[in-house]
Structures are given as C-alpha cells and as structure tokens.
Design a binder for this molecule. Structure first.
Ligand SMILES: C[S@@+](CC[C@H](N)C(=O)[O-])C[C@H]1O[C@@H](n2cnc3c(N)ncnc32)[C@H](O)[C@@H]1O
Length: 268
C-alpha cells in the first residue's frame, strides 16, 4: 500500500469505546505511564514550550484519556485545561485522579467526540493532542473542528502516530487493525489538511527515530517487566496478542513504515 489517500478501515467511535472500556487503556498506562503517549512528561513539556502555553491560557486537550497531561500542564504552567474524550471510563478515571490531586478548579473533563466538539466557536487559546488523533476516522473534520473552537491567533499543537513509508495492503490492514486505527495520516497529509482549513504551519517535525527507539523499549518492558502481571490478570491470550501486535509495530518502525510527528500551527 502506497501513501495513497482515502483508504480507511471501518472503525468508529463505538470501536474506540470498546477498546478503552476494556484492558487496553490499562495496558498502555503500564507501558507509558498515566500520560499515555510516547515520551511522557518530557514530551508534554516540549509541546507546551512549542505551543507557548502561558498562565492565562485555556487549553482544550482532544482525546485526553486519563487526564495525565492536563494535570501536568496545570501544575507546571498554571493554565486551565478542558479534557475531551469519548470514552466514559477514561473520563471517570480522569475526574477521580484530578479530584485526588485537588485540581478541579483548573481542569474540567467532558465526554464527547472530537468530530463534533461540544464547545462554542472561539472558546480556546490552545488546541492540544498527544498520540491519539490516529483513532479519529475523519481527520479533516477534526482539524476543522479544532479551527472552529480556537480563538483567532490561537495555537494548535499535537503529536500523532503516522504512516511514514510504503507498505503492502496486508501490512497496512494488520498494523491499523491491531490498534483500531481507521488509518494513519502522514506528516505532509496533516500539513495539507491544516493549510486547507486556514492554519498557518509554524513547525512540523518527524520524530520517527525516537518513536522506533520507544517501540523497542515498550517491547522489552512488555517481555521482561510486565509479562507476569499481564498473564496473571488477563491471561495468556491477551498477552500473546499484545506481544504479537507490538512485534509487528517494532518491525514496521525499524523498516521506516510507521513513525510519529509533531505539528504546531496558528489560526490566522
Ligand atoms: C492514546 S489515548 C490518548 C492519550 C492522551 N492524549 C495522553 O497523552 O495521555 C486515546 C484516547 O483517545 C480517545 N478517543 C479516540 N477517538 C476519539 C474521538 N473521536 N473523540 C474523543 N476521544 C477519542 C479514546 O477514548 C482514548 O481515551
């Protein structure tokens, strides 16, 4: 499969809910920590600095999961954050953890779909996303919705998992199916969608080398540190599925077929 446009797997929001209501969110947290993205708080700080997050900013984190990044941003930068996520279990857990840390004055969590963002136009200074927009079936609509809810001169800052090279149709289907991604965008594809919507691109960066290193790290962790616990809690079938899937992703990353990127844009 080349990097041709338009091919999608038939995953929708119900499939995403099924995945994150089950053990998958917990497995990712075991591998990555409560900030469920590559690079943890270090990567959140890089994105925050590139987005220019300031104390008086109101941030919308689209696909906020457990709210780990929101809590980090509020504690470190003093901004306000709204987390939007489509899975009730993730929202409930995010609220619980935010209450426990006494941050409810600065963080709200809202159940909703990134394709129909439940906020008025011009509500936010910054739209934020980390390693999750790969789950969204219509990325053009997601970028349009991000544009709508941003104030003029507002910043969009996100990282995402990307298709970075050609692959066979079978590989494309297996890699996306394992993750329940409808498809992965390319860095250039995102740039095109953003420009078309009216964003000015401030910066884009291919982070695939770092992504590949992390894939190897996650594989090592799964096999050496987490195996026993996963077998005990979820059984051999789930462990084997996770190990097989991760091995396929490690191979594709090594071959330069999948990766990760960061993009910063401005609403002009
Ligand atoms: C990998 S996690 C996100 C991690 C989070 N950004 C972080 O850095 O901690 C993916 C999340 O995206 C959410 N999600 C996927 N598709 C969505 C959509 N269309 N609208 C809202 N949330 C969505 C899932 O429910 C899940 O909680």
């Amino acid at each position: 499969m080349s990097l041709e446009k338009g091919k999608r797997l038939d995953f929708n929001i119900g499939d995403v809910n099924e995945v994150y209501e089950g053990p998958v969110g917990i497995l990712w947290e075991m591998l990555m920590g409560e900030q469920i993205h590559v690079g943890g708080d270090k990567e959140t700080d890089v994105l925050a600095q590139k987005a220019g997050i300031a104390k008086d900013n109101v941030v919308l984190d689209i696909c906020s999961a457990l709210g780990g990044p929101a809590r980090h941003l509020v504690k470190k930068y003093g901004c306000k954050v709204t987390g939007l996520d489509a899975t009730q279990k993730m929202i409930n857990e995010a609220i619980k953890r935010t209450e426990k840390e006494g941050l409810t004055d600065s963080i709200t969590h809202k159940l909703g779909n990134a394709l129909d963002i439940p906020f008025k136009a011009g509500s936010f200074d910054i739209v934020w996303g980390q390693d999750a927009w790969c789950y969204v079936s219509d990325k053009e609509r997601l970028i349009q919705e991000s544009y709508r809810v941003l104030k003029l001169q507002g910043i969009i800052a996100f990282t995402d998992w990307l298709q970075t090279g050609n692959m066979s149709a079978g590989e494309w289907e297996a890699l996306n199916s394992f993750m329940a991604f409808p498809y992965m965008e390319t860095l250039e594809g995102y740039e095109e969608l953003m420009k078309k919507t009216g964003f000015q691109i401030l910066e884009k960066e291919d982070l695939s080398k770092d992504f590949t290193e992390h894939c190897h790290l996650y594989q090592k962790m799964l096999r050496e540190k987490l195996k026993g616990g996963i077998l005990k809690q979820y059984g051999a079938e789930l462990f084997q599925a996770a190990d097989d899937g991760l091995a396929m992703w490690v191979k594709a990353a090594d071959e330069g077929k999948v990766g990760r990127g960061r993009i910063i844009g401005k609403k002009v």
